[in-house]
Design a protein around this ligand. Structure first.
Ligand code: TYD
Length: 204
């Protein structure tokens, strides 16, 4: 039997890292096979993306969107530990960000005209079984970012967070065939995780 493919999304500062750590314990306690992964990846494409996000490499918005796309194809197709190989081999995969991030972050700059079909219709890019969106008001996201780190990446200004959040909801409206669970992530980590684990439990 194939594994399931679970994506966790959220604004920077949504508490995604905490929920992913709790989810990892949850799988471990139940002895369910799982691999945690993330985008951008550690492949060369992902490394270039991190340079751009850190402001050390200047890229146009189309170039950045294309790099994320290439990184995602690589992430799916890598015969050694790629998403497709894992899922087809019966392992569940939990991915920290996926094409929903591209549609939200890059989509707000360049629109969805080519970006949406390129990501959704690419035969090398798997459709997730569920996307869990950790939703927080941007003020809370901003406070969490401020408390956690000294320097900020390009998408972490509060006005940008607000635009990204709106764009996430806009694309969710359009993605009718997708299993998207919006979770109120402004609550305590334990309360949030109750909803996260329920969404995962339902598809396993
Ligand atoms: P990262 O440092 O991994 O942080 P986080 O914990 O927020 O995931 O940064 C990833 C950044 O990349 C984040 O600001 C969102 C952005 N991103 C895109 O713009 N498009 C994409 O397709 C993906 C996967 C991420």
């Amino acid at each position: 039997m194939n594994g399931k493919f679970i994506v966790v999304e959220g604004l920077d500062g949504s508490g995604k890292g905490t929920q992913l750590a709790m989810l990892s314990d949850w799988f471990e306690k139940r002895n369910i096979p799982v691999r945690f992964t993330c985008e951008p990846t550690d492949h060369p494409t992902g490394r270039l993306i991190r340079e751009a996000l850190g402001g050390r490499l200047r890229l146009g918005p189309d170039e950045l969107a294309g790099l994320f796309l290439a990184d995602r194809i690589c992430h799916n197709s890598d015969p050694d530990g790629g998403i497709k190989a894992l899922v087809n081999g019966g392992c569940n995969v939990v991915c920290d960000r996926y094409y929903y991030s591209s549609l939200a972050y890059q989509g707000m700059d360049i629109g969805l005209d080519w970006l949406m079909p390129a990501n959704l219709e690419c035969p090398s890019i798997m459709k997730p079984d569920v996307c869990i969106f950790l939703d927080v008001p941007t003020k809370i996201a901003d406070e969490r970012i401020a408390a956690g780190r000294e320097s900020r990446e390009i998408f972490e200004k509060i006005e940008t967070l607000e635009r990204v959040r709106r764009q996430y909801f806009k694309i969710f409206e359009q993605l009718k065939g997708h299993n998207i669970r919006v979770v109120d992530a402004s609550r305590t980590p334990e309360e949030v995780f109750e909803d996260v684990s329920k969404a995962v439990g339902e598809i396993l």
